[in-house]
Ligand binder design. Structure first.
Ligand code: FAD
Length: 483
């Protein structure tokens, strides 16, 4: 076998049990949550420490073998899918909570730590970790950092970028660098900001310093049922226009409601409503009733059929479970779905949803809409059956047409799921070649040999002629180096 020697070296570093290389063991690593493409990796290695990651990358670098960092594999843009010949660095064993500093509202975690587990571990102290992707019960903080993950509560609290203060990053040649730290606002270039959202193209994140937030004193959630999506969309704009910033503003259209009602957490929505809006406010208990009354008033101004405020935590949890399991529930309507992740100005919601409906009819493919309406972050889900000949090509085209509609409306092509392999060509919808070349140059400072998650994020061919001609001193100017 051509790669026997590298497998042997990887086994010597992490132990034979933690290197997968038989075809049957690689099956689970052929794709992530984006299932339109699949390819097995060369091998999967499961290190247990920054030092092991560093030694693994050095071994691969010597042989110019590319690698793909991988968390839980819930990514929806194909960021962890092999393109040919890569070794997957699976971070799931590196899942420890290394430190909780309640006084300074910080925690230090390894990348394989599951998002929800962090909140569960610190809630006894009265704290939580704010970015809560709907996949939070499975996705890892390393994957969240790489994708700059968002979620329903990011309208008020911001996305992952706003909650990460420091990172330990293993560069593609095995060097370990520390970026940022536990303090606010380090001088120099914001290298943490650069790595957050870089989709594994700058190295492997092996430690993360995050902010913890104090749990709000109280939460109020309301559920509003509408006869038209337009009325629900106008309600979204009406709420924010009154200066209220809800913790969450989530919308589902009729097809999405059909799916969630067949899922594991049915709420019992009337079968003829066209849209459900969940609005949540949180903070000091004193002001919340007033805010919720104003939200309910906006719903009424926009012809809401019924609006309820949750009376118990159990009721609120049911509404959220129903919403958060929407993607999985699509399986009740079709064998396959393809989720898009476009962003638009909130004021364009009605117009863009109408265009998505047209695209659905043009391609003859049902599209369900579930979205973080407050952020203008749409998740149109194109439903299909991959067994139908030629359907996958049609699905991809419909997806691109939806993204174009978002861009035409003044939006962009990803709110939180990243670019991966899925949307790398769509990057041309929002960037000129000069922009893409500049981004490629930044990437090459970290990864001059093109080994870190190649073929992701930037369309090919990407050029970095100018910077190749320069002597590049190192990746992390101004950042502390370790190891
Ligand atoms: C049902 C469902 C609901 C979802 N809801 C949301 C949502 O509300 N908001 C949202 O933002 N996303 C959502 N997602 C998408 C996905 O969960 C997020 O993108 C998440 O951040 C991926 O984390 P992961 O651990 O699964 O990463 P993976 O899928 O394993 O990897 C994702 C990317 O990160 C890179 N990566 C992973 N770990 C590291 C590391 N340690 N160092 C460097 N690079 C790394 C990989 O190379 C890949 O490019 C959802 C997904 C599903 C399936």
């Amino acid at each position: 076998m051509a790669h026997e020697d590298v497998i042997r070296e990887l086994q010597a570093i992490v132990g034979p049990r933690w290197v997968l290389h038989r075809p049957e063991d690689l099956l689970a690593y052929e794709c992530d949550g984006y299932t339109l493409e699949r390819r097995p990796p060369l091998a999967v290695v499961q290190p247990d420490s920054t030092e092991e990651v560093s030694r693994v990358l050095r071994a691969l670098h010597r042989r110019r073998i590319p690698f793909i960092p991988r968390g839980a594999g819930t990514g929806l843009s194909g960021g962890a899918i092999p393109q040919g010949g890569e070794v997957v660095i699976s971070l799931t064993r590196m899942n420890r909570l290394l430190e909780v500093d309640v006084e300074n509202q910080r925690a230090v975690v390894q990348p394989g730590h599951v998002n929800l587990h962090l909140t569960q571990k610190v809630q006894g102290h009265g704290y939580y970790y704010a970015p809560d992707p709907s996949s939070q019960y499975a996705c890892t903080l390393g994957g969240n950092v790489a994708e700059n993950a968002g979620g329903p509560h990011c309208l008020k609290y911001g996305v992952t970028m706003n909650h990460v203060l420091g990172l330990t990053l293993v560069l593609p040649d095995g060097e370990v660098v520390r970026l940022g730290g536990k303090a606010w606002d380090y001088p120099g270039y914001d290298l943490v900001g650069l790595v957050v959202g870089s989709e594994g193209t700058m190295g492997v994140v092996t430690e993360i310093v995050v902010r913890l937030l104090r749990r709000p004193q109280a939460v109020k959630t309301c559920l509003a049922l509408f006869d038209t999506v337009e009325d629900a969309s106008r309600t979204v704009s009406g709420i924010t226009a009154r200066g209220i910033i809800p913790a969450a503003l989530e919308l589902m259209d009729r097809l999405a409601i059909d799916a969630v009602e067949k899922g594991n957490f049915p709420v019992g929505y009337p079968p003829d409503i066209q849209a459900v809006l969940i609005a949540e406010v949180d903070g000091l208990a004193a002001g919340l009733d007033d805010q919720m009354e104003r939200i309910v008033a906006v719903c009424r101004e926009n012809n809401v059929r019924e609006v309820r405020v949750a009376r118990t935590d159990a009721e609120r949890a049911l509404w959220w479970n129903n919403r958060k399991t929407a993607f999985g529930a699509m399986g009740k309507l079709a064998p396959d779905y393809y989720v898009q992740d476009g962003v638009i100005p909130r004021s364009k919601l009605t117009e863009v949803l109408r265009r998505i409906d047209e695209i659905s009819r043009e391609y003859g493919l049902p599209v369900a809409n579930v979205f973080h309406a407050g952020d203008g972050n749409l998740h149109p889900l194109v439903l299909y059956d991959r067994r139908q000949p030629g359907v996958v090509e049609k699905v991809v085209k419909a997806g691109s047409a939806i993204l174009k509609a978002c861009v035409d409306a003044g939006g962009t092509i990803s709110g939180e799921h990243g670019i991966g392999i899925e949307k790398r060509e769509d990057m041309r919808l929002v960037f000129t070649q000069a922009d893409l070349d500049a981004q490629s140059c930044v990437r090459e400072v970290f990864d001059p040999d093109g080994l870190a998650n190649p073929g992701k994020l930037l369309p090919s061919p990407a050029r970095c002629v100018d910077i190749r001609a320069l002597p590049v001193a190192g990746a992390a100017g101004g950042a502390g180096r370790a190891g």
